[in-house]
Design a protein around this ligand. Structure first.
Ligand code: PLP
Length: 424
């Protein structure tokens, strides 16, 4: 394998987790928007970007470009009829944007834990959860949301078989899985709806943005109405349903059109990064690179390379892990930071993982823990959860390594050498 992206200068000397990379075409599309005054949330770039996405995901799907992936999750739930008092089954091991929109609607997320092979929703546990919810509440969950975590396809065949058997629609959160495939078919096209995200750190970016993949003309029309304040056709504003202002800007879509000219190169580069980490970390005892099952169905886009660290592995400085309250890290925004009340919580990565994060950070390398499972989030204390210990144990041992289009061979060699030198 060889690197596919021709590197541009980084905007930052640090090696970041997943930094956006502009191909050059983005500026042309944006300039066109400026030159023609299409500086609104509709226009030729939005149409063009959607056409590109339709062609890219295939399966005769129709894609709606939106202001964020979170907005796409929200709209997918609305058009699935989710409302107050309903339950939605959500993968437990995920970023909060999968489940938060369930709560926006007054519904309750029901969390289902992962299996160890893909780190995604465990089919057996899913079926147990469905049965138990029906027994306890007398009604079926309104939707099932598996996630393509770090780009890794979930067990599509089994999850879809169970969902179909119980007649529950599947909303695929493939925000991290643009270009991932299962049996050759794109993730996000198996369910009734699919989520994509184009946030700054995703496989491609529109600076901020997302999309909803729909399965029929009717669904597409309804999503489009909800995304634009649900305006009826009168000479004045007539509203018969509550809508949202969720459409993508024509400027952002210009970036997206440019990114679509290099999306295949990005995916190739992420796979190459994964491959090189696997090679370089192969003989490092105590560190395991998480790879797709080699049964033939799975094709991850490897959005982020993830590793697990053996609890027995000693890392320099681990005796001092969690001794001090961290200022910021992934918390806060725009300089607004809540001071944490304690340096520790009741569920956190092992001391050696935190020590390695700090060691890499001091060497100018950004590494992050894996997502903290939702059933351990204080805000979801009330939510029903069907757990088997898998996501919690991965969270305690897991770490994401820099994997973006700007990560070079030299960067990866430096990162792996730094990891080796951190081991006692
Ligand atoms: C990024 C992400 C989202 C949300 O996308 P935004 O564009 O950031 O709103 C949803 N789910 C998962 C799993 C994600 O990683």
């Amino acid at each position: 394998m060889q690197a596919k992206i021709k590197m541009k200068m980084q905007n930052n000397k640090r090696i970041l987790l997943c930094l956006a990379h502009m191909s050059g075409k983005e500026q042309e599309y944006i300039k066109e928007a400026f030159d023609t005054n299409w500086v609104v949330p509709l226009g030729p770039n939005v149409d063009g970007f959607e056409k590109d996405l339709d062609a890219f995901v295939g399966q005769n799907k129709k894609v709606v470009a939106l202001s964020s992936g979170t907005a796409a999750v929200h709209l997918s739930l609305i058009v699935s009829g989710v409302g107050p008092g309903d339950e939605v089954i959500v993968q437990n091991f995920t970023f909060c944007a999968s489940s938060h929109p369930v709560t926006y609607l007054g519904a309750t997320p029901v969390f289902v834990d992962s299996e160890a092979d893909t780190w995604n929703m465990d089919p057996d546990l899913l079926e147990a959860a469905i049965k138990d919810r029906i027994a306890k509440t007398g009604k079926k969950p309104k939707a099932i949301m598996p996630v393509t975590l770090y780009g890794m396809p979930y067990q599509v065949d089994r999850i879809m078989e169970i969902a179909n058997r119980y007649g529950i629609p599947v909303i695929e959160d493939s925000a991290e899985g643009l270009g991932s495939r299962y049996n050759g078919q794109m993730l996000g096209t198996f369910g009734k709806y699919g989520i994509l995200s184009f946030n700054g750190n995703k496989m491609i970016t529109t600076s901020g943005g997302g999309a909803l993949i729909t399965s029929s003309e009717d669904e597409w029309r309804e999503v489009m109405m909800y995304a634009t304040q649900y305006r009826e056709s009168y000479p004045y504003y007539q509203h018969e349903k509550i809508g949202y202002n969720y459409r993508m800007s024509n400027i952002c879509a210009g970036i997206g059109r440019g990114q679509m000219t290099v999306v295949d190169d990005h995916i190739k580069h992420h796979k190459y990064v994964q491959w090189l980490y696997e090679e370089l970390l192969d003989n490092v005892k105590g560190i395991t690179v998480h790879s797709q099952p080699n049964t033939g169905e799975y094709e991850s886009n490897y959005w982020l390379c993830t590793i697990t660290i053996d609890p027995e592995l000693r890392i320099k400085g681990q005796e001092n892990a969690y001794k001090n309250i961290v200022n910021g890290a992934v918390g806060g925004a725009g300089g607004v930071i809540h001071r944490a009340s304690s340096a520790v919580t009741d569920c956190q990565p092992n001391d050696n993982v935190e020590a390695l994060r700090i060691y890499l950070d001091k060497a100018g390398i950004e590494a992050r823990p894996t997502w903290k499972p939702m059933h351990k989030q204080p805000v979801y204390k009330y939510a029903p959860a069907y757990v088997n210990g898998i996501s919690e144990s991965i969270f305690k041992m897991g770490m994401c390594l820099p994997s973006g289009p700007c990560v070079s061979d030299d960067d990866m060699k430096y990162i792996v050498e730094t990891i080796k030198s951190a081991i006692c």
